[in-house]
Every structure is written in C-alpha cells, then in structure tokens.
Design a protein around this ligand. Structure first.
Ligand code: ADP
Ligand code: MG
Ligand code: MG
Length: 880
C-alpha cells in the first residue's frame, strides 16, 4: 500500500482528496512559510483501509511511530516526556468541509505525570490543569461516549458553589478537583479509567476520528448536502499551541472579508486566555478582532498580513482559525469562507476590480440560485426568530409576505378592496381564482406540486407562494383551516415564506430588494459571457416591466389565456364558449378583440425593439365555465341563457382528461374564429404602432402541435389573417409563426414540422407531463415518495429529465435543424429558469430560455456559467 502519512511540508492545496480540506490547507500554509504548528496528516486512503479492516493497519502504526519521532525531533519535545512534554491535537478533516460534524481532541499526551512536568516547565500550573481538564472532557466524550453534559455539569456546579462568573475565575485548586472528578466519571461509566499512556490516547483518538465519519450527525449532514459517503476523513495530528496560556494568549476565528455583507476588511472574533472551540461555543462573549488592533497592534497587523496573503494565494475569501500563544501568532486552519448571497456577489465583483479574478472566474463563483434570494423581500431575521413554524409546504414562489387569511378568491378580493393585506389559503386554486390571487400578498395551498396552477400563477405574478402544505386542512364551509391542533380563522394574520416553504402565525417584518450595485455589474458581465438569450414569460405589461427591470432580452412566452380572467373578459369568454354557433360567437369575439388588442399594444410599446412571442389561446375550455349552482345562476343572469340550458352546455363540454382534451390548436381547428380574432388583435396593435412610427414584427406561437399537417393547417389560418390585415392597411409586416414543442410526437417528427415552422419553443411542462404520463396538477401525491425512495432523482418538472425528456429535446433540435440550419429554438417551461437544466440546454444548442420575471437574473447567470464551462470542456455529447 502507498504511504499513509504526509508531513505538512509534503502536501499542498491540490491534495484535498487525499489529505482532506484541513490537511491540504495546513500543508499549503506550511509551504507558504506561515506560522503553522508542526504536524502530519493520515490520508483518507488510510481511512478507507480502516473502514474495511476495522482496525489500524501494521503499516499505519509503523508510519505513525516514524512521524512521531520526526515531530519530536522537529519540536524538541517528547511524547510522554518528563522534561518537555509534546502535546498533540487530533483533528478530523474530509475533502469537503463539514464544519463541526466530526471530532477533534486537543491536548493529547497529558496524564498525571506530564501535567506536573508541563506545570513546572511553564511555571503555569493553572494552564497545565486547565489543559488537562479539557483533554479529559473531550477524550471522554469522543472516545468513550460519556455525555458532554456530565462534564459541563461538574464545571457548572463548581462555578455556582463559588459564585464564579466565568471559567477564568476557576483557581488551580478548583481545576485540580475538577480533573479528579472528571477522572471519576470514567469509572462511573465503567470504561476502566482514563488511559494514562499518551500513545494509547493517540491511537484511541485516531480510531475515534475515523469512526466519527459514520456518526449520526455527519451522515445527516452528508445527505443534506449531497456529499458522497465514500470520501472518508483524513486525520491531522499536530503539535498543540496554547491560547489558554494566560492574558497574552487567545484563540479566534476570522474571515478575510465580511461573510454577511461582503465588505472588505478582516472580520472575526477572538477570546483571550481560551482554547479550541471556546469562541464558537459561546462560553464567554468573544470580542471582535478589530479590538486586537488596540490591544495587540503588532499581532493584528500580522494577522491582517496573513489574511491578505492567504486570500491572494487562494484567490477567494478565506475563513481562518488562529491561536495566539504568549504573544505569538499561529494559524490552525484556512478554507473558503461560507457567505450569504449578497456577500458572494460583492466579493466576486470586488475581486475582479482588485485584479484578483477574471470576470469569468467571478461569474463561476456565485451560485445562480442564491441570486434569487437577493431579489425577493425577506423576513427580517430578528423578527423571524420570534415566530414558530406552523407548517411547511413546497417553496413554490419565493418571497416573504404577511396578510390576513381568506379562503375564497371572492372574499380575498373584497377584503383587499377594503385595503386589507390578504393571503389566499385554499386546498388548491383554479383559473377562476385569479382575481383573488392577484390581490393576495401570498398564496397557500394544501395540495399540488411545484407546477400546479397555484404555483405557476404565483411565480408568474412574482407573488409569494407555498403549495402542497399537506398538514393544512381547509374547511370552506366553516371558513377555517386546521394544522395539527391549531385553527386559523378567516381574517387571522399569517406569514408565508416562499423561499423555505414555511408558514407562520402572525405578522413578520420584511425587507425589500432590487438589482443594484455589484449584482447589476455581475449580471452585466453575465450577459456578455453567455451565448443563450434569456427571455421572460409574461402575461401582462406589469410582469413584462418587472422582467425588463431585470434586463430580459424579450418575451419568450405570453400566455394569452391569462388575459381572459378579468371579470368583464371572463363574461365575454363564457358567452363565446356557450354560444351555439359562429353567429352567437360574433359579438363576444368582437368585445374580446377590443380588449386583447389593447393588451398587445401595451406590451409591444414596452418592448420597443425587443422580441415578443405571443402564444395563441391554450386553455381547457371547462376552466372558464361556472362550477356550482350559485355561479351558474350569476352567469345565467349575465348571459341571458337559462340555467337549464347552461347546465346542459357545461355537461357537454365536460372532459374526462382536460389536460389531454380540447385545448391548444385543437381549439383552432374546431373554433377557427377564436384564433382569427387573436391574430387580428395582434395585427391591430401592430398597425396602430406602425401609424405611431414604431415597426413591430409579431412572433406568433402555436401550442400543442403534434404534426406537420396540423401545423400547416393552423399556420395557414394565421398567415391568411396577417396578410388580410396587412393588405387592408397597406403595410408590409415581417412576422414569424412557430410552434411549441410539447408533444413527444412533435419532437420525433420535428424535421417535418420545421418545414412550416419558423421557430420552436419547448413547452417542457407539457412535454414532461406527456413523456412521463404524470398529470402535472396531481404529482403532489406520488412524486415526493418517488424522490424519497430514490426512484426519481428530482422533480422532473423543476429540473429537466435529461435521459428521457432531454433525449426527446435533442432529437427535436437535431431534426429541426436538419430542415432549417438556423432554426431558433427556445425553452419556455418552468425548467427554463433552472440552472441545472440551463447547463443541459447549452449543451444541446438551445438558442434561448424563457422564464418568469424573477428568474431572469438567475437564468442569466446560469447561462453565462453554462457557456463558460462548455468552452472549457467541450464536446459534451455525441450528436444523434
Ligand atoms: P473543526 O473541524 O470542527 O473546526 P478543528 O480540527 O479545526 O475542528 O479544531 C477545532 C479547534 O481546536 C480549532 O479551531 C482550534 O482552536 C483548536 N485546535 C486544533 N488544533 C490545535 C492545535 N494544534 N493547537 C491549538 N489549538 C488547536
Ligand atoms: Mg476548525
Ligand atoms: Mg403547454
């Protein structure tokens, strides 16, 4: 077997896999000539070997002896020595940092003899016994599993008995007594006493660190953070330095920049006369490192200098651990510092300006998803901490909002008209709830998945949404909802966190956010560095404006059906559907024409020279119809159609599978006058703008196309209408007519469809639904179980299923471009805003993605990263 131990001087920062992050960092710092206490690292390979054989190998034991002798020579101290005892720390450290998850033991080598030697040598008896009691507690806990609390209790009892405020008040005699009591604990737990032999201590500690890889909290942490079980941990054995030596000593942690705001300058905390984790453990209140500037100016300068060196060397913000022994500075750890999204953006941009990073590197430093958290209002942390989580659902649409609960769209609307802030809480929502949804601060449902109606609409409107909160039982009759035993009545205040999916009782204060400063700079670089365009899905001028604020390249999808849900329009839409023949449809169509052309005009005007793709109507007709008796009465009055007749008509329109039913361009074939009206509305807007001196090229998209014949039929209808209006107004209009790619059959026959299609746009929601055969409104009841069982890696409606759906997309791209070499191809489903999916879309040659307004910046950054990465490691797949 290869060498299992590396001296710090033999390793470097590239050896993370073998030496773990901590070991690689200690080695790198040693080689940079920074003051690191001497030591060596047992490799992760040795850990694997140990896991297999469940004991330390002969080879490892032999290497350990050699390394100990070498360390002894280097330090001039002896393990188990009576003159100058060598004390060691035994520290875990995997390749990926898992802060605090595994074990570390300090002061190994102390026993009843060496503690006396140490006291004499240093003339500091207090320090010697303080170190010994620390070893006894850590070793007892980590190696023998004696509860930490038992040790703490003894300490606390002593402090209470003597009226002490802090550990620092403990006298030498107290510490000696505590040491004795700690040793007794071992006896009580029947562990045969604390091992006096330093070598025995060391081997037991190494065993325990290896074992700690498999402790419960480490396993949970790995699962949560997707860290492989196979990595294993390295063990670092290092000469101790002492922050608990006295008032000239201390220990601390520091970040090279502020991890919360990203602001330049050393940021951290330290404690004098303390050791190890005292700072984080909150035993005493630490001081900010800036205080060091006054109290120990030379050391502060040195720390500042080291921080700068390390940051420049690693070219990233670092998180450092240091200890001061008798006025001398030592570095004990360095790693890339964890930071908030805000800090991550600021640091990346600052480091480019400082010449530390290239723009491309900076773009790769920021997690696209984290940008989303910078764009939505958030609950104030302080206030949030005062509130308990009521229940948790799926985080459907990020943001944070408080409001009073209402259970129907009507009630919500009414309350909002009375200037109330409302939260709409329902089992689920349907399009007729739209008005209530528009006025709500947040939408909460107990059923449905991430692409359920409530979720899609909430995201589209950029309002806060939590869906599928299963514990919630909504009782519409009683106007009350129940969670566990808690009742929520109409009018009660709740707070909804769409980023975490959490629900709270009461109001929580929020803070607002927009794109500015460094974020706007970074997104500007992202635009330059990406190949794919980033468009938005927007149904109203308001949504579009939001997306324009976020620098969207245009509209990739306007769903015209969402324009029909305002009350006056809904009425006309109902008259249209309920009409018996073309003659009866004439008047409502005329009215709808008026309204739609106004919307299109507004959107085109906002767009200026940006492209707008309008998709013709795609609603299941039944969604527009009244559902219960009461509503039927109302509609009957409005439309002057008897309720008898209404009911018959509703029955005749009912479908068993509306998602697979009479929708999309199927509607165009049966009711051509609807699409004709829509094209007319688009063209009227184009003509009006032409007369105002603005030229618009309409891009019209046909939903649900299955075949070339179908596309040809609908295209013919659209083109005829465009030509008619153009001729009438004597203008030449450039236009394109393309199709959604959302039927598996369409993907497979894409070469034929491309013959009569000017562009494709993948509707991945329907494409996923139809490829898997999962109704997207019903996945809440089984997809979570599939994910939990590992049958599905993720929800395919959120991250594209590259193997199945993705394969169909590849076929469509390749076949489509066989027919038209430069065919523009977009993605306008939910996954169009998902970073992982965007990486895949870059690979298969998608031209642009289109997503909800708030996801535009995330998609932009993801698109830049995908392109930067693709240039580094092309080619990624073989062409089909
Ligand atoms: P973690 O991975 O949980 O951060 P560490 O191995 O870094 O654990 O150890 C925790 C703390 O113990 C360090 O921050 C440091 O304060 C202290 N420590 C570790 N090794 C030494 C040493 N050789 N001398 C002094 N203190 C040490
Ligand atoms: Mg540490
Ligand atoms: Mg669709």
């Amino acid at each position: 077997m290869t060498k299992q131990i590396y001296d710090f001087s033999e390793g470097n920062m590239k050896m993370r896999d073998l030496l773990g992050g901590k070991g690689a960092g200690l080695a790198e710092m040693t080689n940079m000539d920074l003051p690191v206490p001497h030591g060596f690292t047992i490799t992760t390979e040795a850990c694997h070997d140990y896991q297999r054989r469940q004991e330390l190998s002969e080879q490892l034991l032999a290497e350990l002896d050699q390394s100990l002798s070498a360390l002894s020579r280097l330090t001039g101290k002896q393990f188990n020595g009576s003159d100058h005892p060598l004390l060691l720390s035994v520290r875990s450290g995997a390749a990926i940092s898992m802060p605090g998850m595994m074990d570390t033991i300090l002061n190994i080598g102390l026993n009843d003899q060496t503690v006396i030697a140490l006291a004499e040598l240093t003339s500091n008896e207090r320090f010697a016994y303080d170190s010994y009691r620390r070893l006894l507690a850590m070793f007892g806990n980590v190696v023998d599993g004696i509860p930490e609390d038992d040790f703490d209790q003894i300490l606390t009892d002593t402090k209470i008995a003597n009226n002490y405020e802090s550990d620092l008040d403990l006298t030498i005699d107290d510490l000696k007594e505590i040491v004795a009591k700690f040793k007794n604990l071992y006896e009580n737990y029947d562990h045969g006493g604390f091992p006096q032999d330093p070598k025995e201590q060391l081997l037991a500690a190494v065993n325990s660190v290896f074992d700690s890889w498999n402790n419960h909290r480490a396993q949970i942490y790995r699962r949560q953070n997707n860290i492989s079980e196979d990595l294993g941990t390295a063990v670092n054995i290092q000469e101790m330095v002492f922050g608990n030596y006295g008032e000239d000593s201390g220990t601390g942690v520091a970040f090279t920049r502020n991890p919360s705001t990203g602001k330049e300058g050393l940021f951290g905390e330290y404690l004098l006369n303390a050791q190890g984790e005292d700072v984080v453990a909150g035993i005493r209140t630490p001081k900010p490192v800036s205080v060091l500037k006054e109290s120990m100016p030379i050391l502060y300068e040195q720390l500042l200098d080291i921080a700068k060196k390390l940051e420049n060397h690693y070219r990233d913000m670092q998180d450092l651990e240091f200890t001061i022994e008798n006025g001398k500075m030592y570095l004990l750890q360095t790693r890339s510092g964890k930071r908030t999204p805000t800090a991550s953006v600021k640091i990346a941009v600052d480091q480019v300006n400082e010449g530390l990073l290239s723009k491309k590197e900076a773009l790769l430093r920021v997690e696209p998803e984290s940008v989303s958290r910078m764009l939505h209002p958030e609950f104030e942390e302080e206030d949030l901490r005062q509130h308990e989580i009521l229940t948790t659902g799926l985080p459907a649409s990020p943001g944070a909002a408080s409001g009073q609960v209402y259970f129907t769209a009507q009630d919500a609307k009414q309350a909002s008209d009375n200037n109330k802030k409302v939260v709409l809480m329902r089992a689920d929502t349907s399009p007729e709830d739209i008005e209530g949804m528009i006025v709500s601060q947040a939408i909460v449902t107990s059923r449905g998945g991430m692409t359920s109606h409530a979720a899609v609409v909430a995201r589209g409107m950029a309002s806060t949404g939590v869906v599928g909160a299963h514990e919630l039982e909504v009782d519409y009759q009683k106007k009350v909802a129940k969670v566990k035993n808690q009742l929520i009545h109409e009018g009660d205040w709740v707070s909804v966190d769409g980023t975490s999916g959490n629900l709270y009782l009461g109001r929580i204060k929020t803070t607002d956010a927009t794109i500015k400063g460094e974020l706007s700079v970074l997104l500007g670089w992202a635009k330059e560095a990406s190949k794919m365009g980033v468009y938005t899905n927007a149904d109203t001028p308001k949504d579009f404006q939001k997306a324009l604020d976020f620098d969207a390249d245009g509209i990739g999808l306007t769903r015209t059906e969402h324009m029909f849900f305002k009350p006056e329009r809904l009425l006309q839409m109902r008259r249209l559907i309920l009409a018996e023949d073309a003659a009866g449809r004439k008047d409502p169509l005329k009215k709808l024409l008026q309204m739609q052309q106004g919307d299109f005009y507004e959107i085109y005007k906002l767009a200026r020279d940006k492209e707008v793709t309008i998709r013709l109507l795609d609603p299941p007709l039944h969604e527009f119809l009244p559902h219960d008796e009461k509503e039927i009465e109302v509609v009957s009055k409005q439309t002057q159609i008897s309720s008898e007749k209404l009911k018959d008509r509703i029955d005749s329109l009912k479908e068993s599978n509306p998602m697979l039913g009479h929708r999309g361009d199927r509607l165009a074939v049966t009711f051509p006058d609807i699409y004709e009206m829509q094209v007319q509305a688009i063209m009227n807007a184009v003509v009006r703008l032409h007369n105002e001196g603005v030229e618009v090229s309409p891009h019209i998209m046909i939903p649900l196309t299955n075949s070339k014949q179908e596309m040809a039929w609908v295209r013919n209808l659209v083109v005829k209408q465009i030509d008619r209006v153009s001729t009438e107004n004597d203008i030449a209009v450039k236009y394109t007519v393309g199709t959604m790619m959302e039927m598996p059959r369409a993907c497979i026959t894409a070469d034929a469809i491309a013959e009569c299609s000017d562009f494709f746009s993948f509707g991945t929601n329907d494409l996923t639904q139809l490829t898997f055969g999962y109704s997207r409104d019903d996945i809440g009841s089984f997809v979570p179980a599939y994910i939990k069982e590992g049958i599905l890696p993720v929800d395919p409606f959120q991250t594209v299923d590259t193997e199945g759906v993705g394969e169909l997309m590849k076929i469509a791209v390749v076949k489509g471009r066989k027919t038209k070499k430069d065919l523009p191809i977009g993605v306008c489903g939910e996954v169009g805003g998902d970073p992982k999916s965007i990486e895949f879309f870059e690979e298969i040659g998608v031209t642009y993605v289109s997503c909800s307004p708030y996801r535009v910046p995330i998609a932009r950054l993801a698109a830049a990263q995908a392109h930067i990465r693709s240039v580094v490691n092309e080619p990624q797949f073989e062409k089909v």
